[in-house]
Design a protein around this ligand. Structure first.
Ligand SMILES: Cc1cc2nc3c(=O)[nH]c(=O)nc-3n(C[C@H](O)[C@H](O)[C@H](O)COP(=O)(O)O)c2cc1C
Length: 195
């Protein structure tokens, strides 16, 4: 019997799954073409299997068309101009205008504070599922939570009621033009075992 065969069999992490999780990167520079609608819908169909306590399924997704994208870009430019000046605002406008795909993930605001926290966590799981599903199809994402995502005008633009929902993130998507490198701490640096 070979050495390999003598080893006790360990449950293995599916290497394709591990590759997708490890390989997914936040993408800041996209190629101009919009990925096919069917792929985005298929990724959302997978993403909805995110865990959610009490089965609240608290997420909503708004797909922003060109008109709404433009309005969000203008709103953001105004916010940046007020905070940092016109040069920075123009640079953001140009950069944001290059993003091909825009989704807003929003979350129901429960009355109960614990439920709110858990619902937010569930929406974050949905976003991660979505990002991984898209990555497996060669599509990159950037989850953004800048000031614009909390601005009342943004809520109007994407058609949600600020008293009933919050924005968990604007999710940019498209084919990566550049895939950056990243690092993570080793497991030993955050795992503590107790008897
Ligand atoms: C809740 C949340 C909010 C984020 N908001 C932003 C953001 O506003 N702008 C940004 O450039 N990246 C944002 N990111 C992406 C992180 O910067 C990114 O995940 C981190 O740099 C690690 O890179 P990686 O995703 O490629 O591993 C956010 C990520 C999370 C989870």
């Amino acid at each position: 019997m070979s050495e390999v065969e003598q080893q006790p069999s360990l449950p293995a992490i599916d290497p394709r799954l591990a590759d997708v999780i490890r390989g997914r990167r936040t993408i800041g520079a996209f190629r101009p073409e919009l990925p096919p609608r069917e792929v985005i819908l298929a990724a959302l169909d997978v993403a909805r299997w995110a865990p959610n306590h009490k089965k609240t399924e608290p997420w909503h997704v708004v797909w922003l068309g060109p008109e709404t994208q433009h309005a969000v870009i203008e709103l953001n430019s105004r916010l940046v101009a007020a905070a940092k000046g016109p040069t920075e605002a123009e640079s953001k406008r140009r950069k944001w205008a290059e993003v091909p795909g825009w989704l807003a993930v929003t979350c129901d605001l429960a009355d109960d504070s614990l439920r709110r926290e858990e619902d937010y966590a569930a929406c974050c799981c949905l976003i991660q599922n979505l990002s991984l599903a898209l990555w497996s199809a060669g599509i990159g994402t950037k989850w953004t939570t800048g000031d614009v995502t909390r601005h009342p005008e943004l809520f109007d633009l994407i058609g949600i009621d600020a008293l009933r929902q919050r924005v968990v993130g604007l999710i940019w998507f498209g084919y990566p033009a550049v895939t950056p490198a990243q690092t993570r701490r080793e497991v030993e640096s955050f795992l503590v075992e107790r008897p």
